[in-house]
Ligand binder design. Structure first.
Ligand SMILES: *Cc1c(COP(=O)(O)O)cnc(C)c1O
Length: 359
């Protein structure tokens, strides 16, 4: 990519390594699936997977993501979080030695009709209340026996996903009890915990944990405050520069449809970052932004390729001034909240046209 516009996403691999280390310390008895689905939450699988080499495996969604890892000489276990979507997938799954999730009877039927030639590793997803994927109210032991009888298996791991694993959630316990009830006294490997459960529910850690958002340095709850003391660092900094300055006078307008209207004399800056870059269009008033290291706010609505910042309190601001849209100073959680969404969505929506620069 030719970098002409000043907008860039800096991917701080030291922060990534730091976050993995923090997770290892917290879940010190568990192995770690580094969740790098959705192109590593927008950071770029190729940019991050080497910094995550101290994880025990990678969890992805698509075959493309798994194959990309294998083609880059990744020899670690790779977990396909939703298993396969049709029977053709199995050939590649076997070819690339991927670990699959079985969440539904239709997958079981296909698997048995198209068995692997070598013992594969299987995750059985249990629906303990989220009601999205997984077996529920079924005889899980029976399902496992069917698999074991019909195909070569190296390991069975039971997997579930939590509805809400924030600090004060009582649903985690409920889901754990449900799990206990259906697996009786059998001992299987278990993988239950996402980021929130890793941070706040140590009794869920078991054999494998599955951190996503905290690897990238945002809070699973949407509030940075909740993780500010956990030694987690933001990985991505979205930066740009001011490309124009305007002085506007009382009564003048800013933006299409008179979206912003000024009552006093103002100095405003036009920043090279818009919703086509993945910055959220619908933000509330007073959304923070950093210009020359000073916090200020965004004015009016976001354009496709630009946005406007208030420079009243930053007299030194000029064309070329550095702007941080999110990163170490302006937490992505703040922007997500202001846009009525979550950091996950902002990370995943960062557009292809924003160059990722690895630091
Ligand atoms: C995405 C995903 C995770 C990671 O969730 P975070 O909240 O980002 O930690 C874990 N498990 C499954 C099944 C997922 O789909």
């Amino acid at each position: 990519m030719i970098e002409t516009r000043p907008i860039i996403a800096i991917i701080n691999n030291n922060a990534l390594k730091n976050n993995l280390k923090t997770i290892k310390n917290i879940a010190h008895k568990s192995k770690i699936w580094a969740v790098i689905k959705a192109n590593a939450y927008g950071h770029g699988i190729k940019n991050v997977f080497k910094s995550l080499e101290k994880s025990d495996g990678f969890a992805v969604l698509t075959l493309d993501e798994a194959i990309l890892l294998r083609e880059n000489y990744c020899k670690k276990p790779i977990l396909l979080l939703e298993g396969f979507f049709n029977k053709q997938d199995l050939r590649l799954i076997y070819k690339y030695y991927l670990t699959i999730v079985i969440h539904n009877k239709w997958q079981l039927d296909i698997l048995i009709k198209n068995p692997p030639q070598y013992p594969i590793e299987v995750y059985i997803k249990i629906n303990t209340g989220l009601n999205r994927l997984g077996f529920k109210n079924e005889n899980i032991i029976n399902i496992i026996n069917i698999i074991k009888k019909n195909i070569k298996i190296s390991n069975v791991t039971l997997m579930t996903h939590f509805i809400n694993a924030s600090k004060n959630s009582n649903l985690v316990l409920k889901q754990l009890l449900y799990m206990k009830k259906i697996i009786h006294n059998y001992t299987f490997f278990r993988s239950f915990a996402n980021s929130a459960a890793i941070l706040w529910h140590p009794q869920t850690h078991y054999d494998w944990v599955r951190p996503g958002i905290i690897l990238y340095g945002a809070s699973p709850t949407g509030n940075w405050r909740d993780i500010s003391k956990k030694k987690i660092k933001p990985v991505m900094t979205l930066k740009s520069r001011i490309i124009s300055i305007q002085k506007i006078y009382p009564g003048e307008i800013v933006g299409y449809n008179c979206e912003y209207y000024t009552y006093k004399k103002r100095k405003i800056g036009i920043v090279a970052c818009g919703y086509a870059d993945g910055y959220p269009k619908n933000i509330s008033n007073n959304t923070p932004v950093l210009v020359e290291g000073i916090r200020t706010t965004i004015l009016g609505n976001i354009f496709m390729d630009m946005l406007i910042v208030d420079l009243c309190k930053i007299p030194s601001a000029k064309v070329g001034s550095q702007v941080e849209l999110w990163g170490n100073n302006i937490k992505i959680d703040e922007i997500a909240k202001s846009a009525n969404t979550i950091s996950y969505e902002l990370m995943c929506s960062l557009s292809k046209r924003v160059p990722r620069i690895i630091k």
